[in-house]
Design a protein around this ligand. Sequence first.
Ligand code: HEM
Length: 219
Amino acid sequence: MTRAPGELWRSTVGRKALVALSGLVLWVWVILHVFGNLTLFSGAAAADGYAEALQRAPAALWAVRAGLAVAAAVHVVAVASLARVARAARPRHESRAAREPGALAARSMRVGGVALLGFIVYHLLHLTLGVAHPGFRPGHVYDNVVLGLRPTWVAAVYLGAAALLGLHLFHGLWAAIRSLGLRPGVAGRRRRPAVALLSGAIAAGFAAIPLAVLAGWLR
Ligand code: HEM
């Protein structure tokens, strides 16, 4: 079954499938980013060399960036559109308790998602463009990260984002499985701890960097 994206967009089921598929693309990218970040533990030469190697393949780098931007835009716009539909369908004075089960989880995903989006904007200004980083030097990824995360409040922002991302990935993957009609069943539900472990490992991988800077292991 192949359907044009336009056709998928027209139904709420199709838009849920687009949220799920774009979410899966973002999942894969986040795993790659954690592995990229771990080069920081091998020192400045390894981390700066890794970033430089990416710059030496500009076509591939920009293709990945474009794919990432499209996936993120589809994800956010489809979620916003589904939220509008859900709001319009809800009786005006419905109590919180009477709302559909899962409505609270969906709402927390949206609130968490908006917070993550805010973090990503700050993060790009901080470590990619350097405009929110007083000591930023282009190409010096290791120094930019270590100096940039030294203030406790900045490290706390990154730690909060890592925790939020772990929760978002965990709940998002289950929602995606349901949206794509892949009923998890009993066998699938038994894999929940494995999904929790993977999401937790990604969160821990991101959190390791600010923690190592605060502890003075990365300096
Ligand atoms: C402690 C955690 C993190 C560290 C140390 C970190 C580090 C970095 C660095 C150094 C860059 C710039 C790379 C370069 O210019 O060569 C970057 C880019 C980026 N990061 Fe992170 N990051 C972290 C967490 C996150 C999280 C949680 C997200 C999103 C959920 C994220 C999303 C991005 C994006 C979208 C880019 C731009 C990629 C590009 O320009 O191609 N990062 N990160």
